[in-house]
Design a protein around this ligand. Structure first.
Ligand code: 6GU
Length: 258
C-alpha cells in the first residue's frame, strides 16, 4: 500500500510543483498518493475568514481553530484503511497518522527525519500562515494524530508551504521505487553523515581545468579511498559540526590521517 500525504493550506496553488518531475511521476505510478486541501473550504463566513486577532494582543493574526479541526477531520475520514494483517502488531497509538506542523519553532528536519517520514503510511502537513495556528488545535489533534512541529532551519519563512515542498521531496524520494537506481541513495550527502564528494564528467580537460588524475586511473580501490578523503576534507571545511556529530567508529584509522 503506497503512502498517503495530505497537505492543508490556504494557498493550495503554492504546492502545484508537486505535480512535476520525480514526485509527479511517483504519483502517476501509484507509489505515492498526494492530496492538497484548501483550508478556506472549511471557513463558515461569506469572506471565508481563517484568521483573527490574537488574545493578549500583539502584532499579526492567528489562524482560527475551527476550520483547522474541520480540515483535519476530513483527512482522518480519508485515512488509508489498514491492509488485512499488515498492521497486526501495531497498537492504536502507532496507527495514528503523523501530523507535521511546519514551524520555525519546531525540531529541525534532517535526512534522519526524511527517512522516518518515508516509512510512514499517512502524513498530514498543516501549513500555517500569519503568526501561526491557535495552539488548542495542536492539543486537540494530539488525541488523533502523532503531532510533530518541524522546522527547516533557523530562519523564518512566510508560511509552511515551501517547507512542506522540501519535506515531501526529501521523504518521497526515499519511498521504495521512487528513485530508479536505489544505489544513488547510498552515496549521497548526509547518508553516511558526511557531505558528498565532488563529481566530474567529460571532457577530461575543460577550459584548462583537468579532471583529478586518479579518476582516470581505473584503480577502483584508489578512487574509493580518494573520494572518501575528498568527503572528509570538504566536510571538515564546510561543516565541522557534522564531523563532531559522527558516531564513534565512523572514522577509521586511515581517515584520521587526512
Ligand atoms: Cl517549517 N516554517 C516557517 N514558517 N518558517 C520556517 C520553517 C518552517 N523552517 C524554517 N523557517
Amino acid at each position: 500500500m503506497s503512502p498517503r500525504y495530505d497537505v492543508v493550506s490556504i494557498f493550495p496553488e503554492y504546492l502545484a510543483p508537486l505535480e512535476l518531475s520525480l514526485i509527479g511521476k511517483a504519483r502517476q505510478a501509484g507509489l505515492l498518493e498526494l492530496s492538497i486541501q484548501d483550508l478556506r473550504e472549511f471557513a463558515t463566513d461569506r469572506h471565508r475568514t481563517v484568521d483573527d486577532t490574537p488574545y493578549g494582543g500583539g502584532a499579526g493574526m492567528v489562524m482560527k481553530p475551527e476550520p483547522w479541526a474541520q480540515a483535519l477531520e476530513r483527512t482522518l475520514r480519508e485515512a488509508p484503511a489498514p491492509e488485512p494483517g499488515e498492521d497486526a502488531f501495531l497498537d492504536a497509538e502507532s496507527r495514528r497518522p503523523l501530523l507535521v506542523v511546519p514551524s520555525p519553532a519546531g525540531q529541525v528536519f534532517t535526512q534522519r527525519t526524511a527517512e522516518a517520514f518515508a516509512r510512514e503510511r499517512h502524513i498530514v502537513f498543516a501549513c500555517g500562515r500569519y503568526e501561526g495556528i491557535d495552539e488548542r488545535v495542536l492539543d486537540w489533534a494530539a488525541e488523533r494524530f502523532r503531532v510533530v512541529p518541524v522546522s527547516l532551519g533557523d530562519y523564518v519563512l512566510n508560511g509552511g508551504e515551501v517547507a512542506v515542498m522540501a519535506m515531501v521531496e526529501a521523504a518521497a524520494r526515499l519511498i521504495p521505487g521512487v528513485i530508479g537506481n536505489p544505489e544513488s541513495l547510498v552515496e549521497e550527502s548526509h547518508a553516511a553523515g558526511l557531505l558528498e564528494y565532488p563529481v566530474y564528467t567529460k571532457p577530461s580537460v575543460w577550459r584548462e581545468h583537468p579532471v583529478p588524475e586518479v579518476l582516470l586511473s581505473g584503480n577502483h580501490a584508489r578512487i574509493a579511498r580518494e573520494r572518501r578523503d575528498w568527503q572528509l576534507e570538504r566536510t571538515c571545511r564546510r561543516r565541522p559540526d557534522l564531523i563532531d556529530a559522527l558516531p564513534p567508529g565512523a572514522l577509521d584509522r586511515r581517515d584520521r590521517e587526512v
